[in-house]
Design a protein around this ligand. Sequence first.
Ligand SMILES: [Fe+2]
Ligand SMILES: [Fe+2]
Length: 255
Amino acid sequence: MFSLSCRTAARSLRPSHFSFASEVAAAPAVVRCAATKRAASTAAAAQINNDTPPEYHTPSGEQRTPLSAEQKAFLDGALRVNQAGELAAVLIYLSQTPPIVRSHPHLRPLMKHMLDQEKGHFDTFNHLLAKHRIRPTIMYPAWTVASTVLGWGTGILGREAAMACTEAVETEIGQHYNEQVAELLEWERRLQAKGEELGPELSELLKNLRRIRDEELEHLDHAVENDAKEARPYELLTNVIRGGCRAAIWLTEKV
Ligand SMILES: [Fe+2]
Ligand SMILES: [Fe+2]
């Protein structure tokens, strides 16, 4: 089990500008503690991670399981989508706020609260992309324009349409975060079955994803409480926005 007595990585094992290779180098996905290491035979270790090259050892000789190529690809795509999604959320709330607050001044604190949280989410993923040298999506300029237009357009349509937009976006993004949380929990479950644990950076990511997911779902609740379902035409509006979100997520994961 992971404990503070476990030494974390100290040297760069596979220099690369791509994805979570830097995490493998800077902070291992998994650190096998001395007790666990003693218990595991070489054969078992090979079975756990049959492509682990010998350099995936800390200077002290502790073994650690690196992220697989598939896991790195998952994290690259997920974090790229998260950053783009949070950019969109910030721009939607920024664009909606002036018309909504002008016609409904009592919503100023709520709009500010949601915008401030989105800015915090955006900062989180900007930091993670820079830290792990993950490139942002090439669709970044397009999403900038699209989300500004969406926010401005629904803000002009009125409070209900703006809230329906929030409901639709947060439904999709909340589900998206939930899938990422489920994936990391599955990694953790598989590792724990082998006497290993997620490394500190992945544990921190899991904690952040849960917090952000919960805040997105809080926004969804605020939207419903503020008459999102009174928007006309509600079904058309929310279905178009949700379809757009799904398409954007799909595209952003790839490019
Ligand atoms: Fe957000
Ligand atoms: Fe949100």
